[in-house]
Design a binder for this molecule. Structure first.
Ligand code: C2E
Ligand code: CA
Ligand code: CA
Length: 579
């Protein structure tokens, strides 16, 4: 949990501004003299003038000194008006009066202190004013640390504290935990500008606030485009989502912001509040890919998945120590020439769990990406991969580059270049013998920082492959400006292209476009000879898939490399010698 420390920047950092509302010129003069060395004084000679000044400068006024007997509006009336407006109500008011009986009325209406008339000594007046100004600034600070600046909703820390308090007071009440996310919010920012993105978030916040006010709940903005709601149990989740799906302004027609909502309905209150929200978040992520706005409900299968996830995360340190992780290598073939030529291989992580057996990286990689373990694991896998290149160089005299998977999280690590440099140098390799596979979605999700990181790696000499191309949202004209050397077409994309004519023409066009900017293409997941022939006809350069080989453990990979690189005569002699 992060605690926010914020600084309130006052408009005039040294001199706070004080409004003196007083119709008697002599009194105005005395007070001004008292204060003018320390404060910036603005006089108002009657109530109307005071209200005008407040209206124009309420953000900059630190304190109001108010006389009760004004010619036009009574001081108590002014207090009432200030109290009724949330912007004005935050300005502290000190009432100046000779009438001791008015004190109670003033306090009820929000005055914070009194200065009697005739005025006490200058030091006393100054000391009171200083204390009140400081107090109210501290209170403002507190207010802001409880709230999110953009939307005015509670921030997450305060929200969690509040929710736990509600639980304490309403132990038997059934409650729902909801997480609302904006689908592909970054594209709203990119397409319509940040101001529009901010407006969307504020509108969602307003709707959410209205909703919880009506039903008795609380809401906060937990991160950029994520809102948390905590309410008494209900069942109209679809309607809630409908209400929050605000319209995108200025974009003609029915252009609604698409949301996804995860609900942990009638949540188990014995779990701490953050865990309950984790579950709702999981339910929201489960409907992430949906075309329309969608509600996901937390259910038992998610619970089981969660338990498995916890077990795997817990088992990680021991698994690493006991070398349960290994690397498999899947060969890639260049199909440019008449005969396919082995040109590289991809390193793929495998986990041989003593009880659960072989676990697919499709299961554990996403888990480890959520908690930083991926960096440790990847460092291990990359080192193994680099060592394998070196071993084969020493044993077979061939250098077959190996590609490693670099996850989005790795790319945010400031030490990444150093780590990779260490791995390459420890094994005496060239940078060109390690290829970095970076998934397309990493480029589009968090573009700025990641693109910069990839650029640096490419400048060091690493070859960059854009992995899973066709699953993300990068547009074709982005390709020429991104730091990539090779385009790796996603398996699903290849499959649909080889089934459907229209998709097939698109695939061909992409291959040609990549060719025109000197970027070769790899097709992955190729299983049949027919697919190889078709891809070759389209101009695809490299193929990876079961057709040539499944991912292989190190010894089998070595045999495979030997068979596909070392000339037959020498191989016979070597095998004879080995016997
Ligand atoms: P990926 O990088 O897209 O890897 C390709 C996946 O397709 C691999 O699955 C591979 O075994 C599988 N595959 C290859 N050829 C065929 C085929 O002809 N047919 C079919 N049906 N599948 C084929 P795998 O090994 O289960 O890896 C899944 C994903 O896990 C990888 O997708 C990659 O994103 C991630 N991953 C694997 N190892 C690592 C690693 O060391 N580090 C990181 N960060 N991610 C890894
Ligand atoms: Ca890959
Ligand atoms: Ca891939």
């Amino acid at each position: 949990m992060t605690t926010q420390t914020q600084t309130i920047f006052h408009p005039s950092a040294e001199k706070r501004r004080i409004l003196i509302v007083e119709d008697e010129a002599v009194n105005q003069m005395i007070l001004s003299r008292f204060l003018e060395n320390v404060y910036e004084v603005i006089p108002a000679m009657n109530g109307t003038e005071a209200m005008e000044l407040i209206h124009a400068q309420y953000e900059a006024i630190s304190l109001i000194l108010l006389d009760l007997n004004l010619p036009d509006i009574h001081g108590l009336d002014i207090l009432r008006r200030l109290n009724a407006n949330p912007h004005y109500a935050r300005i502290p008011v000190i009432v100046m009066t000779a009438d001791g009986k008015a004190e109670l009325d003033c306090l009820t209406l929000g005055a914070i202190d009194f200065i009697p008339k005739p005025y006490p000594r200058q030091e006393i007046v100054l000391a009171r004013i200083r204390r009140i100004v400081e107090l109210s600034e501290d209170r403002d600070l507190l207010h802001w640390t409880e709230r999110d600046h953009l939307t005015g909703l509670y921030n997450k820390d305060f929200f969690f504290r509040y929710a736990s308090m509600l639980d304490d007071y309403h132990k038997t009440l059934e409650t729902d935990v909801m997480v609302v996310d904006v689908n592909r919010f970054h594209t709203i920012n990119n397409r319509f500008g940040k101001a529009c993105g901010d407006r969307v978030l504020r509108q969602i916040a307003e709707q959410a606030l209205e909703l919880v006010h009506a039903s008795g709940g609380i809401v906060c903005r937990s991160e950029a485009d994520t809102f948390f709601l905590y309410c008494p149990h209900r069942s109209d989740y679809g309607e809630i989502l409908e209400k929050l799906s605000v319209r995108l302004e200025g974009e003609g027609g029915e252009n609604r912001v698409r949301l996804r909502m995860g609900v942990y309905s009638a949540a188990d209150k014995s779990l701490d509040i953050e865990r309950r929200f984790d579950r709702a978040k999981m339910a929201a992520d489960a409907v992430k890919g949906s075309a329309a706005s969608a509600v996901g409900l937390y259910d038992h299968s998610m619970y089981e998945k969660e338990i498995l996830a916890e077990r795997l995360i817990e088992a990680f340190p021991k698994a690493l120590r006991e070398k349960q992780f290994t690397v498999y290598f899947q060969p890639k073939f260049s199909i440019r020439a008449d005969e396919p030529v082995l040109c590289s291989a991809e390193a793929l992580a495998r986990w041989k769990h003593p009880q659960m057996g072989m676990i697919s990286p499709g299961v554990f990689i996403p888990l480890f990406e959520n908690n930083g373990l991926i960096q440790t694991l990847d460092h291990f896998i990359w080192s193994e991969a680099a060592a394998e290149v070196r071993r084969l160089k020493e044993r077979l005299g061939v250098c077959i580059p190996i590609s490693i998977n670099v996850s989005r999280i790795d790319l945010l690590d400031p030490m990444l270049t150093e780590k990779l440099r260490g791995i390459v140098e420890d094994n005496g390799l060239d940078y060109g013998s390690l290829i970095l596979e970076i998934t397309e979605s990493a480029y589009t999700e968090d573009s700025g920082q990641i693109v910069e990181a990839v650029k640096r790696l490419r400048e060091m000499g690493f070859v960059i492959e854009m992995d899973d191309f066709g699953t993300g949202y990068s547009s074709l004209n982005m390709l020429s400006s991104l730091p990539i050397d090779v385009l790796k077409l996603d398996m699903k994309f290849i499959r649909s292209a080889l089934r459907d004519q229209k998709a097939s023409r698109l695939l061909e066009a992409i291959i040609h476009l990549a060719e025109s900017i000197d970027v070769p293409c790899i097709a992955e997941g190729v299983e049949e000879a027919g697919q190889v022939a078709e891809l070759k006809r389209m101009g695809c350069d490299i193929i990876q898939g079961y057709f040539f080989s499944r991912p292989l453990p190190a010894e089998e990979y070595e045999r495979f490399v030997r068979e596909h690189t070392v000339p037959a005569a020498r191989q016979d002699t070597e095998e004879a010698l080995a016997q």
